[in-house]
Design a protein around this ligand. Structure first.
Ligand SMILES: NC(=O)c1ccc[n+]([C@@H]2O[C@H](COP(=O)([O-])OP(=O)(O)OC[C@H]3O[C@@H](n4cnc5c(N)ncnc54)[C@H](OP(=O)(O)O)[C@@H]3O)[C@@H](O)[C@H]2O)c1
Length: 279
């Protein structure tokens, strides 16, 4: 059995690959700069990447258009199982987000939505991990620079977020890819407790310099992102995500980690101590 891990150099993929190899599984670790070259935009390379693969960890591209063709190609190549990394609350985006320019319903994460739809229609076994915001966004992604600067400014108010530790996401993905009994299941995965962003940076600040939390309006937030040089598509994605979060659809802890792993998820404090306590 060979498992294809897409996004293998990314935050979850680079944790998943060694877990699977440690279990004795043959892994093809793929991305544009990974061990195996894979680019969503290079269809001519897909057949080689999919040769001999039985299961795929599917980290979706931002753009939805190519996903269905890839999933079809994978099934033709013999893939019998997909595990999709998706986002908590994407099924409720239309309730919250304004309609798009063409009048269609608001969608958050169109690539992830397309990936969920494609695997469900594929005829293969599938399961979906719908994750809350990753705790590691504070150390490996969009909130790293604010933590280092000592100022995190967001448009969220007192809504809590049960940040999930991606060590848990990788553990869940490894089980779903290698064990039976999860076909057709969607797992909402989060941490064990909701923290406001002000509380989250207070926790991190126990091991770093103090971090100020500043509340912004959505418009002020978009202006700050533009001033920091973020392109308009990223500004829109982040605005949409905070729209979903403000609606409260993501704020209650979910039990997906416990369901799959039979143990509670890691706390945000444990993540922060492990990550910032050693710096
Ligand atoms: N951050 C969160 O809080 C959160 C929460 C829920 C869901 N998600 C979802 O998680 C997914 C991201 O997963 P992640 O955080 O593990 O990855 P990540 O750290 O965002 O890294 C992205 C990965 O995709 C690869 N990649 C980028 N462009 C590519 C292309 N054109 N063709 C092939 N590979 C490409 C990158 O590798 P190369 O550069 O080498 O190609 C990298 O391995 C997104 O769909 C996001 O919406 C994120």
């Amino acid at each position: 059995m060979t498992i294809l891990v897409l996004g293998a150099t990314g935050k979850t993929g680079r944790r998943l690959v060694p877990r699977l190899r440690g279990m004795g599984v043959e892994v093809r670790a793929a991305s544009r700069s990974g061990e195996t070259r894979f680019d969503w935009s290079e269809r001519e390379g897909w057949a080689g990447v999919l040769h001999g693969v039985s299961a795929v960890y599917l980290v979706a591209p931002e753009e939805p258009d190519v996903v269905e063709a890839f999933v079809s190609a994978a099934v033709r190549a013999g893939v019998g199982r997909f595990v999709v990394l998706s986002g908590r609350g994407i099924d409720r985006a239309a309730e919250v987000l304004p309609p798009r320019a063409d009048g269609s319903a608001g969608v958050f994460g169109p690539g992830m939505v397309a990936a969920e739809e494609a695997v469900k229609a594929s005829g293969a076994d599938w399961s979906v991990i719908r994750a809350n915001n990753f705790a590691q966004n504070f150390s490996e992604d969009v909130w790293t620079a604010p933590v280092e600067a000592g100022r995190l400014a967001l448009p969220l108010g007192a809504v809590g977020e049960p940040f999930v530790d991606i060590e848990d996401v990788a553990d869940v993905a490894a089980v779903l890819l290698t064990e039976d009994g999860h076909a057709g299941r969607i797992y909402d995965v989060s941490g064990p407790e909701s923290l406001t962003f002000a509380e989250a940076v207070e926790v991190i600040g126990r091991w770093t310099k103090p971090i100020e939390y500043v509340e912004l309006t959505p418009d002020q937030y978009a202006d700050e992102l533009r001033a920091e040089g973020y392109p308009e598509d990223v500004v829109e994605i982040l605005e949409s995500m905070f729209g979903l979060m403000r609606a409260g659809h993501l704020s209650a802890p979910a039990d997906g980690v416990e369901q799959v792993l039979g143990r509670p998820p890691a706390t945000f404090t444990a993540y922060a101590e492990r990550t910032f306590g050693s710096q």
